[in-house]
Design a binder for this molecule. Sequence first.
Ligand SMILES: [Zn+2]
Length: 389
Amino acid sequence: MITDGSPTPVTNPGSERVFTLILTQGPISRVAIARRTGLSQAAVTKVAKPLLAAGYLEESADRERTGPGAGRPASPLQIRADREFFVGIKITRYHLIGVLTDLRADVLARLTWDLADLDPAAIVRQLAAMVAWLRDAEPTFRERSRCLGVAVSGDVDRRRGNVGYSPFLEWHDVPLARLITEATGLTVTIENDVKALAVGEHWFGAGVGVRDFGVVTLGQGIGSALVIDDRLVSGAYGVAGELGHTPVGGEEPRCRCGGRGCLEAIAASELLTEAVREATGDASLGFPNAVRLAQSGQPDAQAIFQHAARAVGRGVATLANLTGPERVIISADNPDLVGFAEFHAEVRRSFTEQAFGSVVNCELVFVHRPLEAWARAAATVAMQSLLTL
Ligand SMILES: [Zn+2]
C-alpha cells in the first residue's frame, strides 16, 4: 500500500483527461491543457490542485510564457515520476517477464524466469514471487506500489478478471485476477497481451496523441487491438480485433482454431520457419535465420516471406477498412523482421491494393517490441487503475 493510504485524486472525467494528458504528453502548460481538453483554465486549475497536493503532479522547473505578450510566465505541469511505481508481468508459453516502472513507464527493475509448470496455481505462485522480488529491489518500491498489471495471450475478460481460453497455456476459465490478488494483496488488472500493448503504445509509444489507431503484432501468433476515440475497444466478451483469425487466404491451411485461411495460419513465425526449413532442407533453422535468409535474397525464403507479407497487408487492410484508423502500428518481437525493407514494402503494396478509398491514407508504422516492452505495457495497464481507484 501507498504509505499515506490515499486513493488517487482522479475523481471525475475532467481530472481523468487532465491527468492522462499530462502523463502522456507533459510537461504542458495549463493554457495548453485547457485548449487541448476543451476545459476552462479555471477548471484545469481546480482539477490540478488535488493532484499537485497528493504529489502526482509538480510544476516543471522550466518556465514558459503563457502566450505572445503575456506578462507572467507560467510553469508547465508534469508528472512526478517517482510518486508511485507499477509492476507489469507478461506471461508467455515459456517465460514470465516482469518489470517495475515509474509513472513515466521507465523500467527501474526487470526479471525474466522460465516457467516451471503451466498449471495456473503454479504460475500464480511463481508470479507472486517475481512481484515480491521486483518490489523489494529498492525500499521505496514496496512503499509506493499497489497496482499490478498482467498480460496474457488469448481470450481475456479484463472486467471479470477471467481468462476464458489461452491456447498457448492451454487454460480454460481461469479466474486469474482473483488468484493473483489473493497471492499478492495488490490491485490486479489482467488484460489480453495485445490489448495491453495497445495501451502501452497509446500512453507511451507510437500511439501517443493519436485518437484512432490499430496495433498488429507479428510473432508466434498474429494479434491486433484497436483504440477508437482514445478508448481501447474490448468488445462485449473481452474479445475484439482477433485479426489473426480473420480469413485472408483461400482454402489453403487449416488453422489451429479450426478455421480456414486464417492470417495466423499463414504468417505466424513458427509456420514461416517450418516452411523455410522444408524448402531449404535445413531442419535446425530458427526464425531469426529464416528472416535473414529471406533478407539475403534466397529465392525460396524470399517467396515464403513475400506470401506472408501479402497476407499481413490484406489483414491490415481488413482492419483499416472496418474501423478507419489514422495509423496502424505493426509490431514484431524479431528485430530483423522490423528492419526487413522488402517485407514492409510488400505489406504496404498488398494493403494499398485492398484499402478502400481514403483508408489508403492510413499510416503503417513498423516497430520493434521485445518481450520486455510487453511487460512494460502491462505496467501501463496497472497505471490505468489510478483512474478508477
Ligand atoms: Zn484461426
